[in-house]
Design a protein around this ligand. Structure first.
Ligand SMILES: *[C@@H]1O[C@H](CO)[C@@H](O)[C@H](O)[C@H]1NC(C)=O
Ligand SMILES: *[C@@H]1O[C@H](CO)[C@@H](O)[C@H](O)[C@H]1NC(C)=O
Ligand SMILES: *[C@@H]1O[C@H](CO)[C@@H](O)[C@H](O)[C@H]1NC(C)=O
Ligand SMILES: *[C@@H]1O[C@H](CO)[C@@H](O)[C@H](O)[C@H]1NC(C)=O
Ligand SMILES: *[C@@H]1O[C@H](CO)[C@@H](O)[C@H](O)[C@H]1NC(C)=O
Ligand SMILES: *[C@@H]1O[C@H](CO)[C@@H](O)[C@H](O)[C@H]1NC(C)=O
Length: 407
């Protein structure tokens, strides 16, 4: 979800230019995990600031030092497992830049073309499907046979890029399919018994060996693009079954009020959904949490046994991706946060290193990124960074349902 879409509509010219490659050599810092729950009495933290800006004790410089160092680090680890993913001298390579925000959502690795498909903030009332080729680092807008109207999240499944799109007043919110090789585009789902969807936010697929299912989240954001037409359906997580030609609501708004990012794990056994509180209270007020929930997927492909998996460090947990080891990566205000499959926060890519201070000041935050084999591609608004990892965390081919991979 582009929260800033509520706040901004920057006028800008969509000129696709490629900048010379630069790099930010980042330091990785390992902190004892206890700092996440135990600080010197007298510490002062604030939900408007990053965790690493927490003042760990006025007049006690030695207590504050670790967090001060973390504020300067590009990568903050609470567990060796996260550090092991980073090469020595891990650095962020700047592969694309524009004079305005153009990259913040979707982050789909189209592995067959070694491309990352993404979308950007709303400019002059619309946003665009854009592609970064990881071989050439060229950025381009794909020509599609049908306009994909106000795209948001997406997923690559069996040779098709599925795009969740907010639509506009005349084109209903929909899930589109796009053939990345030919640009042929079509609408997969756009209504429920003649009612418009509210605004598909993100989409994922799974195949349990008997059938394949598409899950997507539907939120109220499309009213921003459709002259204020208010939602007619409750927000929900929906499941599309192409075998039975059936669209079913499977998670109610009383369970997740505004569902946002969504992914199934590689084994196809768990469904993860991020939740945005509404209105956008980050703190204690409000009836919903800025959280990640996990469900078991039963043998018929239905989500069951909802559990709270994590709360955002700060801001909302937006884009969500799962690597082949079951680690859950989310875009949050503090950065790209990596949790073990048991929910332990292993570390994060520090938003303070990834975003310009002016962007943070203006209310922008990190929302999404792509896991692309052995790389993390970070959609940092006016910049795209690439982080090289020590190992391939998502693979494609086989039977895996890993994020972005062919099943
Ligand atoms: C956005 O609007 C501004 C002001 O009208 C205009 O200068 C600019 O070219 C527009 N950009 C795009 C991408 O339409
Ligand atoms: C948190 O930070 C904001 C912005 O700097 C400030 O307005 C607010 O007073 C702070 N709250 C606390 C409890 O310190
Ligand atoms: C604080 O750290 C400095 C440098 O490591 C050390 O010399 C000093 O003894 C420490 N002070 C306390 C009170 O621990
Ligand atoms: C890391 O970078 C520093 C400074 O550029 C260099 O001196 C050092 O040899 C590098 N270490 C490794 C393991 O690459
Ligand atoms: C909605 O988008 C379509 C496709 O880009 C466009 O033709 C149509 O004019 C748009 N409708 C409105 C009301 O902007
Ligand atoms: C939260 O609720 C308290 C008590 O009603 C109120 O004073 C405060 O302004 C609310 N905070 C926000 C962010 O709405």
């Amino acid at each position: 979800m582009g929260l800033h879409d509520l706040l901004f509509g920057l006028p800008a010219i969509l000129v696709l230019v490629n900048f010379p490659v630069q790099a930010l050599t980042g330091s990785a810092l390992l902190l004892d995990s206890s700092v996440t729950y135990l600080l010197p009495l007298g510490f002062q933290g604030n939900v408007s600031d990053s965790f690493v800006s927490t003042n760990a004790g006025v007049g006690r410089p030695n207590d504050t030092a670790p967090l001060e160092a973390a504020a300067k680090a590009s990568f903050v680890a609470f567990d060796e497992e996260f550090l092991d993913l980073l090469p020595p001298n891990a650095s962020l390579e700047l592969v694309a830049q524009k004079p305005y925000p153009f990259a913040d959502e979707m982050g789909v690795w189209v592995w067959s073309r070694n491309e990352v498909w993404f979308t950007g903030p709303t400019i002059n009332g619309s946003n665009h499907l854009t592609v970064l080729n990881l071989d050439t680092m060229r950025v381009y807008e794909p020509k599609t046979s049908l306009p994909v109207v106000n795209p948001n999240g997406g997923y690559y499944h069996e040779g098709v890029v599925y795009v969740a799109a907010d639509g506009n007043a005349t084109s209903a919110p929909a899930i589109y399919g796009v053939d990345p090789d030919t640009g042929e585009a079509w609408v997969v789902v756009d209504s429920y018994f003649g009612l418009r969807l509210n605004g598909p936010n993100d989409v994922t697929w799974t195949n349990n060996g008997k059938a394949s299912y598409m899950f997507f989240t539907d939120d109220p954001l499309s009213s921003l693009y459709n002259d204020g037409l208010q939602p007619q359906l409750p927000d929900a997580v929906w499941r599309f079954d192409p075998q039975q030609k059936t669209l079913l609501p499977v998670i109610d708004r009383s369970d997740i009020s505004v569902p946002n990012g969504i992914r199934v794990n590689k084994e196809g056994t768990k469904l993860y959904v991020t939740s945005t509180p509404e209105p956008y209270y980050y703190g204690a007020n409000g009836t919903a949490s800025s959280a990640i929930y996990v469900f078991d997927l039963d043998q018929d492909g239905f989500p069951r046994d909802q559990r709270l998996f994590g709360l955002a460090q700060r801001g909302i947990s937006d884009g969500l991706h799962i690597d082949d080891s079951g680690r859950v990566w989310t875009g949050e205000a503090d950065g790209i946060v990596v949790r073990s499959s048991n929910g332990k926060i292993l570390g994060f890519l520090n938003a303070m290193a990834l975003l310009d201070a002016a962007e943070v000041e203006a209310g922008y935050s990190l929302q999404n990124f792509a896991l692309a084999g052995d790389k993390v591609v970070i959609l940092a608004l006016d910049k795209i960074w690439v982080l090289q990892l020590t190992t391939q965390i998502v693979k494609c081919g086989g039977a895996g349902q890993a994020d972005g991979c062919l099943s």
